[in-house]
Design a protein around this ligand. Sequence first.
Ligand SMILES: NC(=O)c1ccc[n+]([C@@H]2O[C@H](COP(=O)([O-])OP(=O)(O)OC[C@H]3O[C@@H](n4cnc5c(N)ncnc54)[C@H](O)[C@@H]3O)[C@@H](O)[C@H]2O)c1
Length: 268
Amino acid sequence: MPIADFTDRALADLWSLKGRGAVVTGGARGIGEAVARRLAEAGASVLVTDVDGDGAARVASSLPVGERASHRSMRVDITDSTALGVAADSTVEAFGRLDIWVSNAGIYPTTGPAIDAADDFIDRMLTVNVRGTFAAAREAARRMQAGGVIVNLASTTGFHASKGISAYSTSKHAVVGLTKNLALEFAPLGIRVLGVAPTVIDTPGVREQMRPLAEAGLDVEAAMAANLLGRTGVPDDVARVVLFAVSDLAAFLTGSTIPVDAGALAGR
Ligand SMILES: NC(=O)c1ccc[n+]([C@@H]2O[C@H](COP(=O)([O-])OP(=O)(O)OC[C@H]3O[C@@H](n4cnc5c(N)ncnc54)[C@H](O)[C@@H]3O)[C@@H](O)[C@H]2O)c1
């Protein structure tokens, strides 16, 4: 592996994604939408994908279009490996190259005690959050001819046990492990693989999950801000870290999962 010295490159050039082709899964709303927006702002051409095809199209058409950058959208369910391959091929066709893949799509449906967990529920969680993320990375790596970066959305619950959400927490532990294994296998291909692990972030998905808890009397606003900084995270808090991870600023990082948690893990 040649020694890459970035010392002489200007800071603005190191975070620029000008000319790069990117894919974001689950990009129709929440963290994925914010990621698509920052990647586009940094100059990448972005294929916004989601199982909600209309939502993906809405986001793609609202992204900033810079010099040479253009954006597309596609309906992609990450449990459909063929569709993941088509998305990767389309990126190469439309933008000339695939450099960045952000696997953000994931589910966290209402859950309960592990002792009551049904097989279908466990299967669904692992199929979307783990197999979908694994297959996406495989399809992306097969098309990253000039190397690239893959970022997987994990969670702080991928680092510790969490009562009542065992299947989700297990799936995110798997994403942390997957990230290490793919980093090992893809390094010779010039592909870095990183995880990003948010604490609670105010997104449409989280609001849906919080509704019954709010109706049961939980102070949702206080629960969401339970971190060392004492404020609720917003999607762009995560998107800025994803931007760092995919940029050349992070050229010496691979295999690790970066917490975006306002100190929530440190304070446990
Ligand atoms: N919001 C948080 O508090 C939080 C914390 C830690 C980790 N995360 C992770 O970040 C990611 C995004 O979370 P969010 O809060 O923005 O979620 P969200 O529910 O607000 O948005 C998720 C998007 O993914 C799409 N999606 C769901 N299943 C899909 C599938 N099978 N194929 C393609 N698209 C699919 C949805 O249509 C939606 O547009 C998830 O992986 C989640 O586990 C979120």
